[in-house]
Design a binder for this molecule. Structure first.
Ligand SMILES: Nc1nc2c(ncn2[C@@H]2O[C@H](COP(=O)(O)OP(=O)(O)OP(=O)(O)O)[C@@H](O)[C@H]2O)c(=O)[nH]1
Ligand SMILES: [Mg+2]
Length: 265
């Protein structure tokens, strides 16, 4: 049973120590954005046999290159989220045409002149009505297999439209994710809702996710690529996943992707 942690959209602490908190948060945000800002396109994969390596230990992935995958319904905002998190305009292609991303797109992280330090993976959106059956089967074969069997996978970012909530297809998607892989849910397009509606939607989602998320835990964030809501908090969680192996018990947030205490604004 997953426990859901909601992170305050503002990311700021109590007013008393406000200046200090903002300064510390700023330094932390800059630090965390460095790894993601180094993102560059690495490869497109349409056949699971061609996934990039090296993958470290075949069973545990230890010693391999850590990966974080972005999943969600078509048009939910996955590619837009990758772009804003990496502080880039067109790293991953966002589109008004549903189903635009029909492959796994790998983005390498870390210094360009050094071996790849970590990866982000943009997956094909699911659930667009006009998809032929062959495309739907192709999703299972490619993204489904990748999610279920990739030892390098350190975390999954589920992007959903805050106005739709967790749909039946999102629930199906959650079944593909291995039990020990943590989840970050970005309730995206939060700019489309007024503040009060946003809080209500997040509260409802938090409740639903407590039952739906796996045992590795789940974090929930209100998110907007256009208004840059939740960006620093999402970076902290994802960078924590990707740097965990290099820095056990170090800078990464100890509770990233795990915790509890729903908090309301
Ligand atoms: N208002 C608003 N629009 C957004 C946001 N994020 C994405 N969009 C828009 O939603 C549409 C789809 O965004 P994408 O990032 O391409 O979505 P996707 O999930 O990658 O879609 P597929 O690749 O087809 O699965 C685009 O027109 C984006 O500009 C957001 O936070 N707010
Ligand atoms: Mg896309």
């Amino acid at each position: 049973m997953g426990r859901t942690r909601r992170i305050d959209e503002s990311g700021h602490g109590p007013d008393k120590a406000r200046n200090c908190t903002i300064a510390a948060a700023f330094v932390e945000a800059v630090h965390l954005s460095i790894l993601l800002s180094s993102a560059r396109f690495e490869t497109t994969v349409t056949d699971p046999a061609h996934l990039p390596g090296p993958d470290g230990d075949a069973r545990t992935g230890a010693g391999g290159i850590s990966e974080a995958a972005f999943v969600g319904r078509s048009n939910a905002g996955k590619s837009s989220a990758i772009n804003v998190l990496c502080n880039r305009k067109r790293l991953a292609f966002s589109s008004r045409t549903p189903g635009r991303t029909q492959a796994l797109n790998f983005f390498a992280l870390g210094p360009a002149d050094a071996p790849v330090a970590a990866r982000l993976v943009d997956t094909p959106g699911y659930g667009f009505a006009s998809a032929p059956l062959a495309v739907k089967r192709g999703w299972d074969r490619l993204a489904g297999q990748y999610l279920a069997q990739r030892p390098a996978l350190r975390g999954v970012v589920l992007v959903l439209d805050i106005r739709r909530g967790l749909t039946a297809l999102d629930r199906e998607l959650l079944q593909w994710i291995a039990a020990d892989v943590p989840l970050l849910v970005l309730a995206s397009k939060a700019d489309k809702l007024a503040h009060g509606q946003r809080i209500t939607a997040l509260r409802e989602l938090g409740t639903v996710l407590q039952d739906a998320a796996g045992p590795a835990g789940c974090s929930l964030l209100g998110f907007s690529a256009t208004r840059r809501l939740g960006v620093d908090e999402a970076r902290a969680v994802i960078t924590g996943w990707l740097t965990e192996d290099q820095n056990p018990g170090g800078d990464a947030p100890a509770d990233a992707g795990k915790e509890t205490e729903p908090e309301d604004a």
